[in-house]
Design a protein around this ligand. Sequence first.
Ligand code: PLP
Length: 393
Amino acid sequence: MSKSLMQTYNRLPITFAHGNGAWLTDTEGKRYLDALSGIAVCGLGHAHPAVTEALREQVGKLLHTSNLYHISAQNELGDMLTQMSGMERVFFGNSGAEANEAAIKLARLHGRQKGIDKPAIVVMERSFHGRTLATLSATGSRKAQAGFEPLVQGFVRVPYNDIAAIQSVAENRQDIVAVLVEPVQGEGGINIPDDGYLAGIREICDTNDWLMMLDEIQSGMGRTGQYFAFQHTNIQPDVITLAKSLGNGVPIGACLARGGAADLFAPGNHGSTFGGNPLVCQAALVVCKTLVQERLEERAAQLGERILSGLQQNLRDTGGVRGIRGKGLMLAVELDRPCGELVNEALADGLLINVTAERVVRLLPPLVMSDMEADQLVVQLSKLIVDFLAEKS
Ligand SMILES: *Cc1c(COP(=O)(O)O)cnc(C)c1O
C-alpha cells in the first residue's frame, strides 16, 4: 500500500508484472487466468502482438500534436468507427466519463435548439456513467453521489427495463431532450433488458424528438457478440459512447453521433487537449481492424454461450444461486447473499473475477480467450461458488 496515493480504491494485495493473452503474472511469478480484462478494457487480451507492434512504431514517430492540426490516424479511426456503427461523426476524448460528458452536452444543445431553457435527460436506476460531476449525477447509485452535492441538474430517473416509466415521463414533462441508457447494465449487475426495450425507447425518442443515447462503454467493441450491443436489434441510436476496450488499455473515449446530433458541436464549444492524439488513435485503429478481421465479435458470442451453458450446467441446482445470465462476454452469476469475499478466494486460486452490486459475480473475459481457458474458468468458478455457498449456509 502506498501512503502517497489518494485512497480512492480498495486494492487487492497484488501487483502484476506482465501479461499474455488471457493470463497475467504477478511480481512473485504466480499466474492468473484473467476473466475481467482490466474491467472490460483488454478485449484483445494482454500484450496482443498487433497492438504492441502498432504502438511501438507510433511511439518512435509521433505521440502528440494537438487538435490545432489534422491528425491522420484520427481521421482514419473516425471513418472506421462510423462504418462499424452506422453513425456519422465522432468526437474523441480520453475516458468513458468524458465520452458521456460530450453526449450530455449534445443533449443540452439539442434542447436549446428546440427552445428548451432547462433541458433534462432521462437516466436509469442502477446505471453507471462515470465519476465526473455530470456523469455521477447521471449515475443511478447513491454511493457514487454521496458527498458531492450539489449534483448537476437536468436528470430524471426511471427504473431500468421499464418502457412504461419512460412513456409516463414523456406524457408529463415538456423539458426532456434525451434518454441515456446502457444497452446492458455493467456495474449495476449485468442487467439485460427484455427484447424490445431498445426499440421501445427508439419509438418514444422519435415521437418526442429526443436523442436516443446509448452508453456502450462496457458493452461495445464486440463484447456482447456484435460490434455494438444495439446491433442485436434493428434500431439505430442517435448517439453512442465508447471507451474501455476501444484502446485495449491505451486511454481513449469516443462519442459518436448521427443526424442532427452529429452537427450540434461547432468550433469552440467542445474540445480536449489529448483527445484523439496520434498514439491513442493508432492503438484504437489496430483494435478495430483486429476485431473486424478476426471476427472477434462472433468469437465473443460463441465463448459467451460456452461459458454460460457451462455455468448453468454446474450451478443450476445449487441453492443460493439466484440467476446465471449473460450476453456474449458480459456474464453474471447472481447469488442470494453478498459475496465480495469470492474475489479473494478466486485470487488465491489463480483466477481474476469481480463482484458488483454486492451479490453479482461479474465476468468480462477477453475476446481472445481459448475454449480450454473458458472451460477452466467454468470449472474453477463453479467450484469456488459451490464451496462459498456451502460454507455460508
Ligand atoms: C466504465 C464505465 C464508464 C466510465 O468510464 P471511465 O473511463 O471510468 O470514465 C461509463 N459508463 C459505463 C457503462 C462504464 O462501464
